[in-house]
Design a binder for this molecule. Structure first.
Ligand code: HT7
Ligand code: ZN
Length: 789
């Protein structure tokens, strides 16, 4: 595998102005014909050859230059791509390439593939090269026309980007559509869908009075589950107009639900593809958390239309330019629609649980990485969530109006372009006149800075001196609220921590106040402060705080503490469960107050389950059977799972019998069993792999099964190493099917340095075994070799 470096970026010697694609979809194979208008990039000296990226899956059928067949001596094709070595015309010219691919054999889910009975595509980051030879890099932006031809009975719906400009029937029961996208785009935003899909429609009138047709496509039996996603889309469109003045730019916006999908969703221009679990929801099949995720991700993909599509990344090292900014936007969207405080707590909890450990581990990287082997491995919590925190820093420094002015300038300068994080910072700085040079460090350095704050009050002088030190020094905007205990906020200020040590003196502070720093978690730093919280931290948060931890011992200590807390608080927990239960027949509402009540009630029930006893068990069973929404049903099941024994198995069986025709609900059933801390559960998980509900070619299933298993301290970290063995076997098995999924799975070994010597040795042995296995993918290779000492 080859490592690529950010510093080696060079503009492409050729650009492509227009792309005409023609897809002949068939059951055995697909013929892809492309006609590219090649334009020399005059910024560069005249090149002698043209290299187009490709892949071993792509079979070259023919190649023509300006309408004439190209002689075989002029070109060479291999698994990496196609090189036209000679015979290149000068000036602009047409290149026609015909390739044959086999989507039905494509289990990697990149490029064109089959999911259920449909054809669909995934081109970010480098999937387009699995379809045809192309300049597969985001700074090559072209206008696309796509013609799709297929059997009409099997694939009545044929979709691509942009506007439908032609369609018709053909001989032999076939039909075609032609799509034209008026906006330039990189090939990673290309999309194609063909299938027998049902559609739900709505419209949105934009702020300039244009009607946009909104369509969500699913399998026919799922049409009743898209109402919430549609409502979220309309809210996102309105929010972006009101908050940032950003209007949708085409007459049509399509979403398609896909069952087999490597990530959450994809922002292809006007044709968003979504993992089904992020579109389909009804109160009885989806939890409050699922509804929240759907709202956020529908918003996220829609917001990419401006931050990602209209202005894209110059190269993949700049990924946080679009992802950090778009995560910040979706976080603000959800905060405005729901409870801002709860949303912020959830986002910070996620950052601390997922990003802080990543930044402290062997795969730590800056939000703008310096080198990569497989780009797919860099869709990380650092690039996304820490990237969003860095965008939040701009807002903290510039204020809302300054931030908006910066974004306006960014779009005015770069609409239709492929740019860098430096271009973003320059627009933000130029619009406000602020010096934002100090933010450069956040793009360049990995790791979580530590900030220490000291406060001294001089009663005689009436001054308060705040001193902050940070290591390493980075610019950190921290809102410092200075309050007096028991009173409302006295003063608020943004403190810019730009040096290793800084001091601020507040005058006219007669009494010793209670300082409140890092308000709203205004920078992604670790604050050396003693926080007292009611909720016990997760094991993942505890482990890095206890060097050389025995994970099993930590787990038992945590469980004992949780039981002791539950015993001490029993009357309060019972009251919380009782007072926050809905009366029978109450309708489900996804609303901040209702979600908070359900969360409190279910947390109380979970805590009571630790105490066991007939009364608690019967109450949980009754709640499990009577539940009318999935939030309560899944919470009751989880509590019964904790109680264990016969009642656990009966509840799991009843849940399966009830939901066996709903694969998305069964993901919860799979995850609950895989994560069980019952001793010896690894054997049960091996058996579960044979269950008819478990399809290992489906990424959601793999994540529910294997990533959930790795959350079990008892079984993944079993002292005999059997959990590590099982996980390593599974990574190698899944790598044969899907490299991206296998690479995500192998990440569970990254934390081996946090554990005791015996566990560390067993985990590194498993890593070595995977590293030396025959034929591992570049994706898994990159993670495994970086994790090893
Ligand atoms: N921009 C999208 C990234 C994505 C992706 C990346 C690699 C492999 C598969 C993928 N599916 C989607 C998702 C987003 O951030 O909006
Ligand atoms: Zn995104």
């Amino acid at each position: 595998p080859v490592e690529k470096f950010r510093k080696d970026y060079k503009p492409s010697p050729y650009l492509i102005s227009t792309v005409h694609l023609d897809f002949q979809l068939n059951e055995e194979s697909t013929l892809v014909q492309s006609k590219l208008r090649i334009v020399p990039n005059h910024a560069e000296s005249s090149p002698v050859s043209l290299f187009l990226n490709g892949h071993a899956d792509v079979v070259l059928e023919s190649i023509r230059v300006n309408g004439a067949d190209l002689e075989a001596s002029h070109y060479a094709a291999d698994a990496q791509g196609l090189t036209i070595k000679s015979g290149l015309p000068s000036g602009e010219w047409d290149l026609e390439i015909a390739t044959r691919i086999k989507p039905q054999e494509n289990t990697s889910l990149e490029g064109l593939y089959r999911s259920g009975g449909m054809f669909c595509s995934q081109c970010e980051a480098e999937g387009f090269r699995h379809i045809t030879y192309f300049l597969d890099r985001p700074d090559v932006m072209a206008k696309y026309t796509s013609r799709i031809e297929a059997d009409k009975a099997k694939y009545p719906v044929l979709l691509s980007n942009g506007n439908l400009v032609d369609q018709g029937d053909l001989e032999g029961g076939r039909h075609f559509t032609v799509w034209e996208d008026p906006f330039v785009k990189p090939c990673y935003l290309f999309a194609l869908v063909a299938g027998d899909l049902a559609v739900q429609e709505d419209t949105f009138r934009t702020m300039s009075g244009k009607d946009v047709a909104l369509r969500i496509y699913t399998d026919a039996h799922n049409t009743s589950k898209v109402a919430f996603a549609m409502q979220s889309l309309k809210r996102a469109m309105k929010w972006d107009e009101e908050t940032f003045g950003l209007e949708y730019d085409l007459d049509l916006f399509n979403i398609v639900a896909v069952d087999d999908f490597n990530m959450g969703a994809m922002e292809n221009k006007s044709l968003n593809l979504f993992n089904s679990r992020l579109v389909l929801a009804t109160p009885d099949t989806a939890t409050d958390a699922d509804f929240g995720r759907i709202e956020g991700v529908v918003g996220h993909e829609y917001f990419h239309n401006w931050t990602g599509n209209r202005v894209t990344c110059r190269d993949w090292f700049q990924l946080t330019l679009k992802e950090g900014l778009t995560v910040y936007r979706d976080q603000e969207f959800s905060a405005d629609l729901n409870s801002r405080g709860v949303k912020r707590v959830e986002d910070v909890a996620r950052l601390r649980a997922a990003q802080f450990p990543e930044d402290a581990g062997p795969l730590a990287h800056a939000i703008r990485p310096d080198s990569v082997i497989k780009m797919d491995n860099f869709y990380t919590a650092t690039v996304y969530e820490k990237g969003a925190e860095v965008v939040r820093l701009y807002e903290a420094l510039l204020g809302r109006a300054g931030f908006r002015a910066g974004l306006d300038l960014y779009f005015a300068r770069h609409d239709g372009g492929a740019v860098t994080c430096d271009d973003f910072r320059a627009a933000m700085a130029d619009a406000s006149g602020a010096d934002l040079g100090g933010l450069e460090g956040w793009y360049a350095r990995a790791g979580t800075p530590r900030v220490e704050v000291g406060v001294e009050h001089d009663a005689g002088a009436g001054t308060l001196t705040v001193t902050a030190t940070q290591a390493p020094p980075v610019l950190t905007a921290r809102e410092g609220g200075v309050t007096t205990a028991g009173q409302a906020m006295l003063r608020q200020a943004v403190l810019r921590l730009e040096h290793q040590r800084q001091t601020w003196v507040f005058e006219r502070v007669p009494a010793r106040p209670v300082p409140s720093v890092l308000r709203g978690f205004s920078a992604p730093v670790r604050l050396t402060f003693k926080a007292h919280a009611l909720a016990l931290p997760d094991l993942a948060e505890l482990v890095p705080e206890v060097p050389g931890a025995d994970p099993l011992l930590l787990h038992h200590v945590r469980e004992a503490a949780a039981r002791a807390l539950a015993a001490a608080l029993r009357p309060e927990l019972e009251r919380a469960a009782r007072d926050n239960s809905d009366p029978p027949g109450a309708p489900y509402e996804f609303e901040a107050g209702a979600c908070a009540r359900r969360a409190l009630k279910n947390a109380a029930l979970g805590a009571l389950a630790r105490l066991g006893g007939e009364g608690v068990t019967q109450d949980l069973l009754a709640r499990f059977r009577a539940a009318t929404n999935m939030t309560d049903e899944a919470a009751a099941l989880a509590a019964l799972d904790r109680i264990g024994g016969k009642v656990r198995q009966e509840a799991l069986d009843a849940f399966y019998a009830k939901w066996k025709h709903e694969p998305l609900v069964l993901l919860k059933w799979i995850a609950m069993q895989a994560a069980s801390n019952l001793p010896g559960n690894t054997a049960a998980v091996r058996t579960l792999m044979q269950h008819e509900a478990v399809k290992l070619s489906n990424p959601n299933t793999c994540y529910s099964l294997f990533l959930a298993f790795a959350r079990s301290p008892v079984n993944f970290h079993a002292a005999d190493g059997s959990g590590y063995e099982f996980m390593a076997d599974s990574v190698l098995q899944i790598d044969q099917i899907n490299h991206q999924v296998a690479a995500r799975m192998v990440g569970v070994f990254n934390s081996w340095r946090n554990y005791d010597a015996e566990r560390g040795a067993l985990m590194t042995a498993a890593l070595r075994r995977m590293a030396s296995a025959n034929g591992i993918s570049a994706n898994v290779y990159e993670i495994v070799t970086k994790a090893l000492p």
